[in-house]
Design a protein. Sequence first.
Length: 99
Amino acid sequence: MPLYDYRCNACEQIWEARHGFDAPKPNCPNCESQDTQKHITQAPTFARGMLTPAGTSRKQSKEELKSKWAEETPKLRKQLEQKLGKDVVKRNAPTLYDD
């Protein structure tokens, strides 16, 4: 079962609770209030779409990102054209044709 972080809106207590995905949110263990909400402490740090990271670290230069975009754009354009057709892609994503 997943572990969730919760925050009480009444007393601002933050705590963890382990329960199923569809289970109702728990009451605050501090004040028993039902006015609670899930508290997001961190978000995943992965990106989808590009096959390899641009650069050697998390802080890529503008030039490295432009280079990666230039490399990936033709592949993306080709995949979209195969699925949707060239006219649809050109109308909805004209930046894919800016060379």
